[in-house]
Ligand binder design. Structure first.
Ligand code: ARG
Length: 458
């Protein structure tokens, strides 16, 4: 059988053109969605009397047969048939004869491909929501075991104030919570049905778009046929959400890499998630978080690719739009792989509470607390800040931390110092003092943990 659109042509397609314009190499991923869309369409055609009941049954049966063959990997696609839509239509006609040609009544590949992508995006978005949830579970578990584990908190990557490790884990929990919300919200727009918009202008057949939308589980039909076939916002939105999500994964990965270095030594990733060096036998490399961090580039690239592709495209379908798929597939695959690894890697990582504690003792991250101490005793905070700055400088010169200074040394800087300063400077106290809402005190972190669990298991 020649090309489905061959009637108007007097010459066969140039082989290079055939290969260049074909998308079957990648859009075969949409095979099952394509059949699902076709089954809904043919059901509607029968219901509306556009084809006979007998024809509808024959086509439906044929589509099911092809679906079975695809699921069993028994189908061979052909580049000459360009894309998944025409490959399946051709297989259908081979399977049931010329009546198969009635399937394409009242639709076009333009609304067909858009429908397939909406179906694909819905399925994958729901899967990704689950996978993000699994990462959040791992974070909650680590947080729960480490509410009272203290480590230095940083700003500018300089020791700033001690914080609870549980608090740090929960910071990522909320970042992923927003990602999940964004994915969930996007489903509203993914669930618009383009089917029945036909090529661009609608169709003279008396079709029922609401019926196909209902069968396919879409919440509404696109009110404008031009918009329906031109719109790729739902993919852009997915790629934007994915870019933010991979940014979060990358920041977390960066911290895991830093923390597992000998310089920090705050965590140890399980052997299962690390690899060795082919030359340096002592090495245990954090390859997984490094790759997770590295995957960010391709996801941003996919977003930039589609934004650039769409900018300046006139309505409605243009062949450029065939380029919308590989970036979408790649982003889905990349995220699925990343999230599936991140969850078990987090659950199995060893948190070195002792090392973290030692680090906290060996720094000046309790300096703000002495300033607060003097401020509470009446000294203006700005002046207290200055005094403590001098104390820190003195400590650095003398090789002493703030807890090591004697009362006599403290008194040299201010008469307001008394014995209770030592208690105030202990790491537990410093953390406990930050009991404002959302702060790092153990009490606040325990409350936050409950809130996180409610979100996760609600
Ligand atoms: N393979 C095409 C794509 O993915 C399907 C739509 C083709 N429509 C057309 N009028 N050429 O974009």
């Amino acid at each position: 059988m020649s090309k489905l659109w061959g009637g108007r042509f007097t010459k066969p397609t140039n082989k290079l053109v055939e290969e260049y314009t074909s998308s079957i190499g990648f859009d075969q991923k949409l095979a099952l969605q394509d059949i699902k869309g076709s089954l809904a369409h043919v059901e509607m055609l029968g219901h509306c009397g556009i084809i006979s009941n007998e024809e509808k049954n024959q086509i439906t049966k044929g589509l099911h047969t092809i679906q079975g063959k695809i699921e069993n990997d028994e189908v061979e696609y052909s580049v000459a048939d360009e894309d998944i839509h025409m490959n399946i239509e051709k297989l259908l006609i081979e399977e049931i004869g010329p009546v198969g040609g009635k399937l394409h009544t009242g639709r076009s590949r333009n609304d067909q491909v858009a429908t397939d992508m909406h179906l694909y995006m819905r399925e994958k978005t729901e899967e990704l929501i689950e996978l993000v949830g699994a990462v959040q579970e791992a974070l909650v578990t680590q947080a729960e075991g480490n509410v009272e584990t203290i480590l230095p908190g940083y700003t500018h990557l300089q020791r700033a104030q001690p914080i609870s490790f549980g608090h740090h884990m929960l910071a990522y929990f909320w970042m992923f919570e927003r990602d999940k919300e964004r994915l969930q919200d996007s489903l509203k727009r993914i669930n618009w049905s383009p089917l029945g918009a036909a090529a661009l202008a609608g169709t003279p057949y008396d079709i029922d778009r609401q019926m196909t939308a209902d069968i396919l589980g879409f919440e509404k039909v696109y009110p404008n046929s031009l918009d329906a076939v031109s719109d790729r916002d739902f993919i852009l939105e997915f790629l934007s959400i994915s870019s933010i999500l991979i940014t979060h994964i990358s920041r977390l990965s960066e911290e895991l890499i830093l923390w597992s270095s000998q310089e920090f030594n705050f965590i140890e990733l399980d052997d299962e998630f690390c690899t060795g060096s082919s030359i340096m036998p002592q090495k245990k490399n954090p390859d997984v978080p490094e790759l997770l961090r590295g995957k960010t580039g391709r996801i941003y690239g996919n977003l930039m690719g589609l934004l650039t592709l769409l900018k300046g495209l006139p309505l409605a379908y243009n062949k450029d739009m065939q380029e919308d798929k590989e970036g979408m597939f790649d982003t889905v695959d990349t995220l699925e792989g990343a999230l599936a690894l991140l969850a078990p890697m987090l659950s199995s990582m060893e948190v070195k509470a002792g090392e973290m504690k030692t680090a906290v003792k060996e720094d000046y991250s309790n300096a703000t607390d002495i300033a607060d101490y003097l401020a509470v005793k009446g000294m203006p905070f700005r002046q207290a800040h200055e005094v403590i700055g001098k104390i820190v400088l003195y400590g650095i010169e003398e090789g002493k931390y703030l807890l090591d200074l004697s009362m006599k040394e403290y008194k040299q800087f201010s008469e307001l110092f008394e014995e209770d300063i030592y208690e105030k400077l202990a790491p537990d106290q410093v953390v406990a003092a930050r009991n404002s809402e959302g702060g790092t005190s153990f009490k606040q972190v325990a409350q936050q943990l409950e809130l996180a669990k409610n979100h996760l298991y609600e």
